[in-house]
Design a protein around this ligand. Structure first.
Ligand code: ADP
Length: 560
């Protein structure tokens, strides 16, 4: 009922939502109301109108049709059935027009209502137009034929304008209805597409929600301003370990550095770094306090929009406590074993030194002792490397160091040690490079890179060393023309115990610790080390160390 009232107050948007019966009644009402007006006008000004039987029959039929509209359950009948009402409307109009005669003129114009209804229904458009025209013609001509008056051309053409006007009105309504329906169709199609999109988007959201909350990894998504837009359940668990709740800001969580005790500065916390647009992988953090402390590996990736601009970041938190514990246990084991090896080895080396320095040794004994001595040196180097890598983060003490001199010195030492005559060395070091470095440790790095360059160049070639200041840092690269590595091998080159299959197959001595140790030393200086290599063509290892600033450039005497 509300909807009918709403329609009557010209809120036409709701007309299509009404039941078919209500729509039929509403479509019939304008005609019925106009008839009511004519009746009222007749009562007031033309009482003689009620003497015409034809007029009264017309009014009665009209009232009957309105009752039919109200009583018939149109919704249950075939859809187009209601068209019978506008078609039948022409009969009472014909009667009323004839009955009103000259008392009230223009009653025939009432035909405009069924004509509009037929045309606006959009059903059977041609038939509806023809029916409107013929029925209007019928209104005009039937009385001419059924009355006793003589049929003249004058009586036939007297009101023939009416059917043509009705036809024109029907046509206009038809065109307007067709265009309206086409527009409505477009709107409905768009509406359906939008609806489908909304459903799809809701489905995706449910899917995302399920996936995000079922993975065993903590997740945070940030928008481009760094505001959190999504966080999963696992992250809440991690926050709880770090003494927080769902709402706690990252800065207030108990997050520690590698020692598990020193709080991690706010600027180095993962979400903060991601909010600044940084991309990182496997960034290890110690969450919560002991004994419940967990080690989380965090990574951040950018979210890009269609034009490639950053519209946020996603940070992941993966619990790697067990892995880190296992790695620590392995390092402890390696450290213990190498420690145990070092003591007897020291005794062996001491006695060897004593033996080799004895005078008048048999040549056979002397050369045998030489072999033992060489191998014990290798064993010693191995034990030292093992101990250093097991230490994890090597102890260093930095001071302004003449890097140019250090490079030249280590290349000369490598040249002296070199037994491959096909290898030749080149040094290009900018003079007066002063780095903030631990000289013995950096020597270890250089020695390792140089001995690798020689070891992995069995066919010889040039080993060139460059040292220069680049972007406010000291950069040093060691390039060889040796065996090189594949892209796959390159990925693991700085891992402990990594050896390429070529190195293993060619039985080149080594255990795969030198580069891992070199990386640890360089990173302990706050520097970086990288490697470029092409299989069969050679490799370049490049490391960077902090430059000593002008006020630090006072060189300190090197310890022997
Ligand atoms: P080691 O040389 O004792 O095996 P490293 O850690 O120094 O251990 O090197 C690890 C591995 O990386 C080597 O075994 C070798 O396979 C590869 N590698 C290192 N340097 C080079 C190089 N200059 N050219 C080709 N391969 C190299």
């Amino acid at each position: 009922m509300d909807k009918v009232l709403s329609y009557l107050t010209l809120n036409t948007r709701q007309f299509h939502e009404l039941s078919l019966r209500a729509r039929v009644v509403l479509s019939q009402l304008p005609l019925s109301m106009t008839v009511l007006l004519i009746l009222a006008g007749g009562l007031l000004f033309h009482p003689d109108l009620f003497e015409s039987q034809a007029f009264l029959v017309g009014v009665g039929l009209q009232a009957l049709l309105l009752a039919v509209c109200v009583l018939v359950p149109w919704d249950r009948l075939p859809y187009a059935s209601f068209l019978v009402i506008p078609l039948l409307d022409f009969i009472p109009i014909g009667f009323m027009r004839h009955g009103a005669g000259t008392i009230i003129t223009g009653v025939g114009l009432l035909a405009v209502f069924p004509v509009i209804w037929l045309a606006a229904s959009g059903l059977f458009p041609r038939a509806a137009l023809a029916a409107g025209f013929l029925a209007s013609l019928g209104i005009v001509w039937v009385p001419v034929f059924v009355t006793d008056d003589a049929i003249t051309s004058q009586s036939l053409t007297q009101s023939v304008l009416l059917p043509f006007i009705m036809f024109a009105i029907g046509m206009t309504i038809r065109v307007m209805t067709a265009s309206m329906m086409a527009q409505q169709e477009v709107v409905e199609t768009k509406d359906r597409a939008l609806q489908a999109l909304l459903e799809e988007s809701a489905r995706r959201e449910r899917l995302l929600d399920t996936v995000v909350n079922s993975v065993d990894i903590g997740l945070i998504a940030l928008d481009e301003t760094g505001r959190q837009v999504l966080a999963n359940r696992k992250l809440e668990q991690f926050k709880a370990i770090a003494g927080g709740t769902r709402e706690t800001a990252e800065a207030d969580l108990q997050v520690f550095q590698q020692d598990g005790r020193s709080p991690l500065p706010e600027v180095r916390r993962p979400t903060r770094r991601a909010a600044e647009g940084q991309v990182f992988s496997d960034y290890l953090l110690w969450w919560g306090e002991r004994p419940n402390q967990r080690v989380l590996s965090t990574s951040s990736r950018l979210l890009l929009n269609q034009s490639g601009a950053r519209e946020g970041s996603v940070v992941t938190f993966n619990d790697v406590t067990e892995l880190v514990t296992a790695l620590n246990a392995k390092d402890e084991f390696v450290a213990t074993v190498s420690h145990e090896l070092r003591t007897p080895l020291t005794a062996i080396r001491g006695y060897l030194e004593l033996l080799t320095s004895m005078p008048d040794l048999e040549p056979d004994v002397a050369s045998g002792l030489e072999v033992v001595s060489r191998n014990s040196e290798r064993l010693h180097k191995l034990v030292v490397d093992l101990l250093s890598t097991a230490e994890g983060s090597p102890e260093i003490s930095v001071r302004p160091t003449d890097f140019s001199a250090l490079v030249t010195e280590r290349v000369s030492a490598a040249q002296e040690r070199n037994t491959n005559p096909l290898v030749r060395f080149e040094v290009h070091a900018e003079p007066d490079l002063v780095a903030m470095a631990d000289a013995p440790r950096v020597s270890q790095v250089l020695d390792n890179l140089l001995s690798n360059a020689v070891k992995y160049s069995p066919g010889g070639g040039r080993v060139s060393v460059h040292a220069a200041e680049v972007d406010g840092e000291v950069e040093c690269s060691v390039t060889d023309e040796g065996s090189g590595m594949s892209a796959e091998e390159l990925r693991g080159v700085f891992s402990k115990f990594f050896r390429t299959s070529a190195a293993r197959n060619a039985a080149i001595p080594g255990v795969g610790l030198g580069l891992a140790l070199s990386k640890a030393i360089v990173e302990r200086h706050g520097g970086t080390i990288t490697c470029r290599s092409v299989e069969g063509q050679g490799s370049t290892f490049t490391f960077r160390l902090p430059l000593a600033h002008a006020d630090q450039q006072q060189l300190q005497p090197q310890e022997p």
